[in-house]
Design a protein around this ligand. Structure first.
Ligand SMILES: [Zn+2]
Ligand SMILES: [Zn+2]
Length: 395
């Protein structure tokens, strides 16, 4: 029997346990950078699994890294699954809904962790048949900048690794379909805050003041032209002002206003360009309105760029594995949210693929929604798809 056939057969036999693990994790979610119990659960899971080494608190956070050495030398693959949850009160009414008030696995990271545990266990059991090695990266804190990935990469989690692979389950994509994309795939993100300090005064005598509300409003309107007038129409970017704190009273000229903005870009060029433009507009507002503007602009997750060769290899491996639960492997367009898997891809070639997880016969709620759900069939599909990728490298 070929490696992939044996792997998928073994995974199939573990489907009930896979779902059980996912439900346990779902009921016990923890916020980014606070995943103490989850990290302990992971460590405990591997107690009786024949892995070669396990490192905890990797990268100074709660990362758990597991090494599985194959019987013969060969490529060294890293597989990553994130395990943090979000500050959301769950409203799904599922029997295994969150037991932690105000915290919910509303992005599917419980599913990522569950399939990865079962896959890692299976690979460890069959390690004599692997030509090469697998490093399992259980990563905390994907949801909150600076993210868990960055410090793990800095601590050398990808040293001696040839390629890195990851999966995200997607509630908007039909269960049974797997999506891939090479090149620029998920946006890079920046956020900024701007404090505009003007000069307060009497509402009836604006000429004696420098109105911070008018200056801030001009800033808001001007940043709208970055995307429409400055970004190449074949590139794409988003600039959103999500907060404008200008509360005051009708007859008082506001002396200071604070703004917060969110920036998404799909190329490193537009990432740099948007920042430059925001800085330019800030200076312009100061000159025009006689205010002081203090800009704090922070780039966090980079643009996620999938390697072309790895993506093609993984796509073909999944197609050729003839996995009955997968009815199509399709190319996706770019995906708007940012993802800290991008840090791994800055370091090593790899690919991040998407597994359809839309619940059957139900309204699919978006990720980060209190009613977010995944179709649990996506867990076995994820495990099998990743197994196919592993087998194509280490078979
Ligand atoms: Zn998320
Ligand atoms: Zn996520």
């Amino acid at each position: 029997m070929s490696l992939i056939d044996e792997l998928t057969k073994k995974l199939e036999a573990k489907q009930d346990r896979l779902i059980e693990v996912r439900r346990y994790l779902h009921a016990h979610p923890e916020l980014s950078f606070q995943e103490e119990q989850t990290a302990a659960y992971l460590k405990d899971f591997y107690k009786n699994v024949p892995v070669d080494s396990i490192e905890t608190d990797f990268g100074g956070n709660r990362g758990v890294v597991v090494n599985i050495k194959g019987g013969k030398p060969g490529p060294r693959l890293a597989l990553r699954a994130d395990f943090d949850a979000l500050p959301i009160q769950e409203e799904t009414n599922l029997p295994f809904a969150s037991q932690n008030k105000g915290v919910m696995h509303a992005c599917g990271h419980d599913g990522h962790t569950a399939y990865m545990l079962i896959l890692a266990e299976t690979l460890a059991e069959m390690k004599d048949q692997l030509n090469g090695s697998v490093r399992i990266i259980h990563q905390p804190a994907e949801e909150m900048p600076p993210g868990g990935a960055k410090s793990m990469v800095e601590a050398g989690v990808l040293n001696d690794v040839d390629a890195v692979l990851g999966i995200h389950v997607m509630s908007a994509m039909e269960t049974g379909k797997v999506y891939y994309r090479s090149g620029q795939t998920q946006t890079g993100r920046a956020k900024f805050s701007l404090k505009i300090q003007g000069k307060g005064g009497h509402g009836a005598m604006p000429h004696t003041a420098n109105d911070a509300i008018v200056a801030a409003s001009a800033f808001v309107m001007n940043v709208q032209t970055i995307v429409s007038r400055r970004i190449d129409p074949f590139d794409s970017a988003v600039v959103t002002i999500g907060s404008f704190d200008g509360k005051g009273q009708f007859n008082i000229i506001k002396d200071a206003v604070e703004l917060e903005g969110d920036v998404r870009t799909l190329s490193s060029e537009s990432r740099t360009q948007v920042e430059e433009e925001v800085r330019k507009i800030t200076k312009g507002i100061e000159a025009m309105y006689g205010v002081e503007a203090q800009l704090d602009y922070v780039n966090d997750y980079p643009v996620l760029v999938n390697d072309e060769d790895v993506t093609l290899k993984v796509k073909e491996a999944i197609e050729q594995a003839n996995i009955p639960e997968i009815n199509a492997v399709l190319e996706t367009g770019p995906i708007a949210p940012s993802e800290d898997f991008a840090y791994y891809l800055q370091e090593k070639p790899g690919t991040f693929i998407y597994v359809g997880a839309k619940p059957e016969g139900k309204e699919g709620f978006p990720h980060h929604h209190p009613k977010f759900e995944i179709d649990e069939r996506s867990l076995l599909i994820s495990a099998k798809a990743m197994a196919a990728a592993v087998a194509s490298y280490l078979g």
